[in-house]
Design a protein around this ligand. Structure first.
Ligand SMILES: *Cc1c(COP(=O)(O)O)cnc(C)c1O
Length: 398
């Protein structure tokens, strides 16, 4: 008690929460009113078409999650048991798990210091020096296994440097599956045109989980230019049903469909995406300007060819210069009711995937050790941002 007033803990500031401020209530109510609540209904098709149009591709297949979209993408790409798939090591675990679902082996690729994304140079060295082409098939000479696909993960809302990867994939006959789960709306400047993430690979996947820039509650989507791949994805995600009346199925399929209710929410969120991205970028600019002044704080990079959506605002903490490391800063900010999080443990160090081959990894390890994601909900206020900045500033050098 000070001056007779009760002690007040500052309000809890979450890392990132959804913003539901558009037509969500209207569209979902329509599903409930019309009894179209399950995995058939007009919102599913509408959502698929709207996302595909937004990304600039011909086909969208809605799925129950981003992970389901990745699993399906690997299946339709023809990735088989004992194949190898190149994937970023600095990522949320979903793409590595999906590779394992089909019995294939991930080969983890380090990040670059400049953009924290998959390093195309490591991929080039691997393909050129460790692999060989025989009869049009790329094989890892050490394991004898076929290298079938590559999954560049556009992490934190920032695109991967795609041009060199697309060229390598062409030379070595690899299927490119973009994991754009965190980055819908981001773009990559390729020469003089701007290419949306999700439009560059043979296949791409999005997630609409609650923590992403737009959400269905839970859901995902696979997109592609290729009508045959889209049709096969639709078939596999609906239990591989061959006959519309009889329960006859052509192969082992999956129930990976999105519900009409979730799609209705997705349609409403997509209408607000441009605003969300504008806000995310504004948050990043505000943080960048203030935090780059603080010794020991390195702000989130944006490559000159990138149009990041700044999905999850993240800094790197230099323990010596700042006076404490990222994990101690996390605890100190938690004391001030500010929620923060480090980035994901790199996949080559993870328990389920640590035995797999990795190309480099030190950059990802360093980013992981020093990283801290800061509150960046689209609904965050200027005074909340100021509070985070002031608190970090006051902790520096202590
Ligand atoms: C969130 C995420 C996924 C998985 O999406 P879910 O909808 O949670 O299954 C896949 N890849 C990356 C990089 C993600 O961040």
């Amino acid at each position: 008690m000070i001056d007779g007033k009760p002690d007040e803990r500052p309000a809890f500031l979450p890392l990132s929460v959804p913003e539901i401020g558009g037509n969500e209530w209207t569209y979902i109510k329509e599903c409930l009113d019309t009894n179209w609540v399950s995995s058939v209904g007009s919102y599913v098709t509408r959502f698929e078409e709207a996302v595909a149009a937004r990304v600039g591709v011909a086909h969208g297949v809605a799925t129950a999650s981003g992970t389901a979209a990745l699993h399906t993408a690997l299946l339709v790409a023809g990735v088989e048991a004992d194949d190898e798939v190149l994937v970023s090591t600095l990522t949320f675990i979903a793409p590595a798990n999906a590779i394992r679902y089909v019995g294939a082996h991930p080969v983890f690729v380090d990040a670059t210091e400049d953009d924290w994304q998959m390093d195309p140079k490591q991929v080039a060295v691997f393909l050129e020096q460790e692999c060989a082409m025989t009869d049009g098939v790329c094989r890892n000479q050490a394991t004898g296994r076929r290298v079938r696909a590559i999954i560049p993960v556009h992490t934190l809302g920032h695109p991967v440097d795609m041009a060199p990867l697309l060229a390598l994939a062409k030379t070595y006959g690899l299927v490119v599956i973009e994991d754009a789960a965190e980055s819908i709306g981001a773009a990559y400047e390729d020469g003089d045109h701007l290419r949306p993430v999700g439009s560059m690979g043979h296949l791409a996947c999005f997630s609409f989980n609650g923590n992403k820039v737009m959400t269905c509650g839970g859901g995902g989507m696979l997109v592609t230019q290729d009508a045959d791949l889209a049709q096969r994805a639709r078939y596999l995600t609906t239990q591989a049903k061959d006959d519309p009346v009889e329960y006859e199925h052509g192969e082992v399929g999956y129930n990976y469909r999105l519900t009409n209710i979730a799609a209705a929410m997705g349609c409403a969120q997509l209408e607000q995406l441009d605003g969300f991205i504008q806000t995310k970028r504004h948050i990043a600019t505000t943080y960048n300007e203030a935090l780059s002044q603080i010794p020991g704080i390195q702000v989130m990079p944006e490559a000159p060819w990138a149009r990041s959506i700044s999905w999850m605002y993240t800094v790197l903490v230099n323990e010596v210069e700042f006076g404490m490391g990222s994990r101690d800063l996390l605890k100190a900010l938690a004391q001030a009711s500010i929620q923060t999080r480090p980035l994901w443990q790199p996949m080559h160090l993870s328990k389920p995937h640590g035995h797999c081959q990795h190309l480099g990894g030190k950059v990802a390890e360093d980013i992981h050790a020093r990283s801290l994601s800061l509150p960046c909900s689209t609904g965050i206020t200027s005074s909340d941002l100021e509070r985070v900045i002031q608190t970090i500033s006051s902790l520096q050098g202590r």
